[in-house]
Design a protein around this ligand. Structure first.
Ligand SMILES: CC(C)(COP(=O)(O)OP(=O)(O)OC[C@H]1O[C@@H](n2cnc3c(N)ncnc32)[C@H](O)[C@@H]1OP(=O)(O)O)[C@@H](O)C(=O)NCCC(=O)NCCS
Length: 149
């Protein structure tokens, strides 16, 4: 079954917090951080979820209200059992559909082959690096997407 992709509501907060823990472990955002993200939905955040009855994925965008400003893709994840079935792609398609005419930036760990593969598949290009940015000395790869590219 393909999940429905829809905007998150505050009712999704507990499920997103739980899924984030499953997907990121020690690197998960705290409940306080997620609450702040949800509080900003009326401001400059867009959170989309993949809903199969249970939540199986989410993506978080920082969308500045001033149109020329760059959108940041802050986080995307899919439940481990649902990976490589197209859900991450569905979420990315829906996220980028909200970014018409804008530039989207993100950072990804060099060794995160799944995420880098996903972003490349959608036309993100590496434009720079932050050397040794992550714990353990891993580089952060900075990627950019532009609709008209
Ligand atoms: C990155 C992530 C969201 C991808 O989600 P997904 O649902 O598995 O992705 P999809 O099945 O839609 O894959 C879309 C494309 O991405 C690429 N891709 C996905 N997983 C990949 C992998 N393990 N290796 C290489 N490329 C991969 C492929 O091009 C794939 O297309 P294909 O299956 O036709 O080859 C998922 O692996 C995940 O949740 N990872 C943990 C969280 C994380 O690291 N998030 C990114 C940092 S915030």
């Amino acid at each position: 079954m393909r999940p429905a992709i829809r905007p998150a509501t505050v009712d999704d907060l507990p499920a997103v917090v739980a899924l984030d823990k499953v997907c990121f472990g020690a690197e998960a955002w705290s409940t306080v951080s997620w609450t702040t993200e949800f509080d900003r939905l009326s401001d400059d955040r867009a959170i989309l979820v993949a809903d199969e009855g249970d939540l199986v994925g989410y993506v978080v965008l920082l969308v500045p209200p001033v149109a020329p400003d760059v959108v940041e893709l802050l986080r995307i994840a899919v439940a481990p059992a649902g990976r490589r079935t197209g859900i991450g792609g569905q979420l990315t398609t829906a996220a980028l559909a909200r970014c018409a005419g804008r530039t989207v930036m993100l950072e990804v760990a060099e060794g995160n082959e799944a995420a880098r593969g996903l972003y490349q598949a959608f036309g993100f290009e590496e434009i720079s690096r932050r050397r040794g940015y992550y714990a353990g000395g891993e580089d952060a790869v900075i990627m950019r997407w532009r609709e008209d590219k």
